[in-house]
Design a protein around this ligand. Structure first.
Ligand SMILES: *Cc1c(COP(=O)(O)O)cnc(C)c1O
Length: 428
């Protein structure tokens, strides 16, 4: 089948050689997935998910059993008092904006103690002036950079905290930066430090790409809210849209009042027949996340062995599903993305091209042949066409598909003359 799908013997054998060394890593990932599968199952059983929950509502959506029970399931998984899980939350940025805007008031200050947040949050906060930003409402922002070795600048953080600091935003994943992703344990230490100085701080964690990667979630180590997108890990590839906020009752209630309306809060919001896919996706999410993690580790090991710089490196412990590979040339970035696209179940026949995407200061190339548009829990890659010419790769609903996608990327790099494989497998 690999031959029929355009993988040469050399690329296939090289891939298998790399895989030989990964058995232990994959077993560890499977153990985490096993634990998290049971965690999800336990939450579903305890919330008494029933067949009736899989139906949807229309109109106002009063008494939507499926929606309310799903929110109880999320609260069970994240070990929080409450959760808001809605198709009306359009994406991760929206969920984060909602959590921030509903829990901050004019005169308050927001602090990021882990450096620059995800690009799209710059406009939410008003770091880049934007209509409707927190800054427009008189909410100020401070940022403390991580130290050069990726650790927290505790002195800087202590100095940044003041009487107006109401809320802290902590991004778990590195996103599209080169800093390390934060482990849940590290997030716990940071929150303990922050609350040691100011116990009433609201600590929010941007949990995007981190769900189900570890045994625990940040809400179990002190976070007041964890926030994410359903077209990433927790949607399991099946949720067609949506976002979640899980946390303290008061924080979630604030978010619900902002999403719908003061007074209506969580009581309205029709689920429009999407609930079943939210449940089923969540049920699959631990093993889907495991597949994506295996793909990321396989890619890191393949490209590190070929001499490219990879973040995280081939042996590092993982805390999210994103893999960066630095090719150093535009050709490398383009070939990698072409290979990922050619491996897709949808739109495999199109050729991705770099283009001038709004909001970016260079051309960007993206590979995505997904069932859910823009879904990055599905196999996908993108890279800005600028130094250091790195691609960011993530997702894979199944491990065999992630493996095939990475082999296909390598095949394209070999075909385009960016990479040369040795003639003898012994030399790999
Ligand atoms: C994806 C992501 C976001 C934003 O999510 P969208 O769904 O793309 O709006 C925010 N933070 C991090 C770390 C992310 O990975």
């Amino acid at each position: 089948m690999y031959r029929a799908l355009g993988i040469s013997e050399k690329v296939f054998l090289f891939g298998n050689k790399v895989l030989e060394g990964l058995g232990g890593r994959f077993e560890a990932i499977d153990r985490v997935a096993e634990y998290n599968q049971l965690k999800v199952l336990k939450a579903m059983q305890e919330a008494k998910v029933s067949e009736a929950c899989l139906l949807g509502t229309t109109g106002y959506g009063y008494n939507d059993l499926g929606r309310d029970t799903l929110e109880a399931v999320y609260a069970g998984i994240f070990q929080t008092q409450d959760a808001l899980v809605r198709p009306q939350i359009t994406c991760g940025t929206h969920a984060l904006a909602l959590a921030l805007m509903s829990n901050l008031r004019p005169g308050d200050e927001l602090l990021s103690p882990v450096g620059k947040p995800y690009d799209t949050l710059e406009e939410v906060i008003g770091i880049r002036p934007s209509r409707g930003s927190l800054a427009e409402y008189g909410i100020t922002y401070k940022q403390v950079e991580l130290l050069a070795d990726g650790s927290f600048d505790y002195d800087g953080i202590r100095q940044a905290l003041n009487s107006r600091t109401k809320m802290v935003t902590i991004q778990r994943s590195k996103g599209y930066q080169t800093r390390p992703t934060l482990s849940v344990a590290a997030i716990g230490e940071l929150i303990a430090f922050l609350k040691g100085i100011k116990p009433d701080l609201i600590c929010m964690v941007d949990n995007c790409y981190g769900e189900f990667v570890e045994l625990q979630e940040p809400s179990q180590v002190g976070a007041d809210m964890v926030v994410g997108s359903l077209i990433k890990n927790p949607g399991g590839g099946l949720a067609p849209t949506g976002g979640y906020i899980a946390g303290k009752k008061e924080c979630v209630e604030n978010a619900a009042c902002r999403l719908t309306s003061p007074g209506l809060a969580k009581e309205v919001g029709a689920s429009l027949g999407m609930t079943a896919s939210f449940y089923q996706g969540l049920f699959l999410a631990p093993t889907v996340t495991a597949s994506a993690l295996k793909g990321a580790i396989f890619a890191a090991n393949i490209y590190e062995r070929l001499g490219f710089s990879v973040i995280p490196d081939a042996r590092e412990q993982r805390h999210d599903i994103i893999q960066a590979v630095t090719f150093g040339t535009p050709q490398g970035v383009v070939a990698f993305c072409k290979g990922i696209q050619a491996a897709a179940p949808v739109d495999s026949f199109v050729t991705p091209q770099p283009w001038d995407m709004p909001g970016y200061d260079s051309q960007v190339i993206m590979a995505a042949g997904a069932f859910v548009s823009g879904s990055s829990i599905e196999l996908s890659a993108d890279g800005p066409i600028k130094p250091p010419y790195a691609v960011y790769f993530q997702g894979g609903l199944t491990w065999p598909h992630a493996k095939f996608g990475i082999l296909k990327s390598l095949q394209q790099l070999v075909g385009d003359g960016v990479v040369a494989l040795s003639d003898s497998v012994e030399n790999f």
